[in-house]
Ligand binder design. Structure first.
Ligand SMILES: [Zn+2]
Length: 238
């Protein structure tokens, strides 16, 4: 029996996760850290995982937010917290040596996994949403991942729900991600706790600070929110 493993890496905006998995898809060991903020931190995390393998490693698969060129592992577009990876080849950052490295958008890798082993097994037409710090999306159409001419097709988290909504990290307003990503929900939650009224729909969160009671300042300090917070709706009346 082949005991070889593959390494899977999921680069998210809040956390980076990795796993050693058998070639039949069984989880051997998993790893978890706050998201890297530099290329070197990403490199070091992946090599930490590689160093934990007790079996031969056959390759590395990476799921990452943004628009990823699967042919080269180049991060073509990645606004927000992980912007430091934009225009870089993930293979250059990770330096996998002789190991093959494959990278794709994280929602697409999740969709492929669901089709191979999960809820969408043997399905040929599937839509998947990843609900996390942001909202990722991917679509399988007649057995093929929908990519589009620019590679951005199927990014369902950036469909417009409200033309006049909050500013999204993609540059548009009122995307799905600005309404029900975990970050948007946290922002709305804190806004509804404030003891004063604001009529400024989608006002930047940091504008509250001048009138923040100490209690909310203390609570605020416990939330690991990358700046700028004002990307997301935070109105009481929104
Ligand atoms: Zn957007």
């Amino acid at each position: 029996m082949d005991q070889a493993v593959a390494v899977g890496v999921d680069i998210g905006a809040t956390a980076i996760k990795a796993a050693l998995v058998s070639l039949s898809g069984e989880l051997v060991e998993s790893f978890h850290q706050p998201s890297p903020r530099t290329p070197a931190a990403l490199h070091d995390f992946v090599h930490l995982v590689l160093g934990q393998a007790n079996s031969p490693i056959r390759g590395i698969g990476i799921g990452c937010k943004g628009v990823i060129d699967t042919a080269t592992s180049r991060v073509n577009s990645l606004p927000g917290d992980l912007n430091f990876l934009e225009s870089r080849l993930l293979a250059d950052v990770v330096e996998p040596g002789d190991l093959p490295l494959y990278a794709d958008n994280d929602a697409r890798t999740a969709l492929i996994a669901e089709v191979l082993w999960g809820a969408a097994r043997r399905k040929r037409n599937v839509v998947l949403l990843t609900l996390g710090t942001g909202v990722g999306g991917a679509a399988l159409v007649d057995g093929t991942i929908l990519r589009g001419a620019s590679g951005a097709a199927g990014h369902l988290g950036h469909m417009t729900l409200d033309l006049h909504g909050g500013l999204c990290i993609c540059g548009n307003r009122g995307c799905v991600e600005t309404r029900f990503s975990s970050r948007a929900i946290e922002s709305d939650y804190l806004a509804h706790l404030l003891p004063f009224e604001t009529k400024s729909r989608n006002a930047p969160a940091f504008c509250w600070d001048a009138r923040f009671p100490s209690y909310f300042k203390a609570m605020w300090a416990t939330v690991e929110w990358p700046e700028p917070l004002g990307w997301y709706s935070c109105s009481r009346d929104g």
